[in-house]
Write a protein that binds this ligand. Sequence first.
Ligand code: 5GP
Ligand code: ZN
Length: 118
Amino acid sequence: MNAQDNCIFCRIVAGQIPSRKLYEDDDMVAFHDIHPKAPVHFLIIPKSHVESLNECGEGEGGVLARMLLKAPQLAREAGCGNGFRTVINTGPDGGQEVYHLHMHVLGGPRVEWKAPLP
Ligand code: 5GP
Ligand code: ZN
């Protein structure tokens, strides 16, 4: 058994845990957050397990760029044509709870600038 077997997001990638997916391709998946902090709240994750931004190197540069570039398209399709926020929590002091890199995309008319970050 390896670390990924215990990783909730690896299990979502593998289809072992159900999720409401918005998008999937060869190297990323986007799905709605189970506890949304905004009217629209989804996560974009790399399929390949990496714990956090702290563990990323040049090898993750491509997928990180593709995740970031996919965010506006998915946000628009989810009804956030008027704007959205992207958040990557990193490490204990960054408030990270799930240690498989993920980018939050939050949007909707009720998202306030000073709302606490998830
Ligand atoms: P973090 O605090 O690590 O930046 O964010 C983890 C996010 O993952 C939280 O917003 C939490 O609601 C979400 N999450 C945790 N477990 C699950 C799950 O099983 N399914 C989905 N869709 N989201 C999850
Ligand atoms: Zn994982």
